[in-house]
Design a binder for this molecule. Structure first.
Ligand code: SAH
Length: 476
């Protein structure tokens, strides 16, 4: 090991920064965030110092330090002057003043290194490569940034604030450890991560009662209703991935790509609850009942939905039952199909020259196909994205025209949007249906109606999925 990893308590201590540029400003900010009193020496200060000064109070001395006495009592001194002779002089003075010194980009003059950090205060991860490769350190940092939820610090705060309460009632160390593992991994941890500390505090009190009553009674599980996006696994959110990694059971349907289902924890049980338009293998009520039953068994149940759970996804109906049965649940949004199809087909849904509004409609309602409030759907400067439109594409296109839209209005159909087999058919209200049938599209599809469709010609080169040249296109 090249260095001893330690976290230095700087609150209320004095630190000096020598240098007035960007690097010095960043380091001053770091020291200030750690609670140090900071004095900065430099003949002039860059704009970055103005930004730092907006958030923190610190002292500026507009010259270089001349003698060790000026740094007497400084615990830590960071030098970053962008001038190697000045760096060395400053280093000498700071050493004589008995400070711990770090000189930027001069490892041979450093008593300590500044690691790359992932800051989820109070939780902080520090990474050092012992000077071997700061770039590697930064790459690792990027990975950790992606996997540690932004709200992880709240979890640390929560434990700190409730530790005394738990310690008072759970004397045994192993018991405490198990208690915290269970609590942080379970619904209470999720409540905190989701920002609902008030509910978490109540639930923790109940959990403490439970732990001290000696009952080994059943534990309540929880349900995660998670949007899996339209297909490309890269469109999952960090939160979705994290919940997928925690689940004991996964319920998924036809619209969720197998590549995404495979990202769930390997040991998780998988239950297919797919629906097809005309044969409903698992009715909605049964899915809801299943969610309740599995959660009652103490399981972490992941309900994966295509796109976003609350956009034409019946997510609302599924959680109604959970709420009635007081099962803890959370809803994690996903990229809805219209948004995914728009980006991956090069058809912006709004554009200053074309559309100031966009509506999402479904061609399939409780009252049958294509039952829409046409006066609000067909408006100038508005894009319409239609879900579930393929089965009744002829009726749908005809209905637009019958309700006043021009037959020449551009329209597109995006089939299997964001997936490697995505296909896009471009036409007008008059001919899109025939073209879609000729292309033998199988769905799922999004139909986009509006003049924004014309923009695809300009933007297309960029959006064609790699390796799909030619096959992606059935141009008008
Ligand atoms: N909750 C989902 C929508 C479910 S309704 C969401 O937010 O996307 C099912 C409809 O979504 C399909 O009939 C189709 O219209 C659309 N859809 C889902 N995935 C799609 C995809 N990859 N490409 C195109 N349309 C898709």
């Amino acid at each position: 090991m090249e260095h001893l990893p330690i976290f230095l308590a700087m609150r209320g201590k004095w630190a000096a920064v020598i240098g007035g540029g960007l690097a010095a400003a960043r380091r001053a900010e770091l020291l200030l965030r750690a609670g140090a009193h900071v004095t900065v020496f430099a003949p002039s200060f860059s704009d970055e110092f103005t930004d730092v000064a907006e958030a923190f109070a610190f002292e500026r001395i507009a010259r270089w330090p001349h003698k060790p006495a000026e740094l007497e009592g400084v615990a830590v001194c960071i030098v970053a002057t962008d001038d190697s002779a000045q760096d060395e002089r400053s280093h000498g003075i700071a050493k004589e003043a008995k400070a711990l010194v770090n000189v930027a980009t001069r490892p041979e003059l450093c008593d300590f290194v500044l690691p790359s950090i992932v800051d989820r205060s109070p939780l902080v991860v520090a990474i050092s490569t012992g000077g071997a490769s700061p770039i590697l350190g930064r790459m690792l940092k990027a990975r950790l940034e992606a996997t540690i939820p932004a709200s992880y610090g709240r979890l640390a705060d929560f434990v700190r604030d409730s530790r005394a309460k738990v310690n008072a009632v759970l004397a045994d160390m192993t018991g405490r450890r198990r208690f915290w593992e269970r609590t942080l991994e379970g619904p209470i941890g999720e409540m905190v991560l989701a920002g609902d500390e008030a509910r978490a505090v109540q639930a923790l009190a109940a959990e403490i009662d439970h732990a001290t009553s000696g009952e080994s009674g059943e534990r309540l599980g929880e349900v995660y209703l998670v949007g899996a996006g339209p297909g490309d696994p890269d469109l999952l959110t960090f939160r979705a991935l994290r919940l997928m990694q925690k689940a004991d059971v996964v319920l998924y349907d036809r619209l969720v790509d197998p590549a995404i289902v495979n990202l769930a924890r390997r040991e998780a049980e998988r239950i297919y609850v797919g629906k097809r338009p005309k044969d409903h293998p698992v009715p909605q009520e049964e899915i809801s009942a299943l969610l309740v039953r599995l959660a009652r068994e103490g399981k972490r149940v992941l309900r994966l939905k295509g796109g976003d759970p609350f956009v034409f996804g019946r997510g609302g109906e599924e959680i109604e039952k959970l709420a009635e049965n007081r099962i803890p649940f959370q809803v994690c949004p996903g990229v809805t199909a219209a948004i995914g199809c728009s980006a991956y087909s090069g058809i912006p849904l709004t554009h200053r020259d074309h559309a100031q509004a966009c509506v999402f409609v479904t061609a399939h309602s409780k009252h049958g196909p294509v039952d829409l409030d046409w006066a609000t759907v067909i408006r100038p400067d508005q894009t319409v994205a239609v879900y579930m439109g393929l089965n009744h594409i002829e009726e749908l296109m005809a209905a637009f025209v019958a309700h006043g839209a021009s037959p020449d209005l551009p329209a597109a159909i995006v089939d299997n949007g964001t997936r490697s087999n995505q296909r896009v058919v471009i036409g007008t209200l008059a001919d899109l249906a025939a073209k879609a049938r000729a292309a033998d599209l199988r769905g799922p599809t999004i139909v986009i109606v509006g003049t924004v469709v014309r923009l695809r010609e300009k933007l297309d080169w960029h959006w064609r999925p790699q390796g799909a040249e030619g096959s992606n296109e059935e141009q008008a």
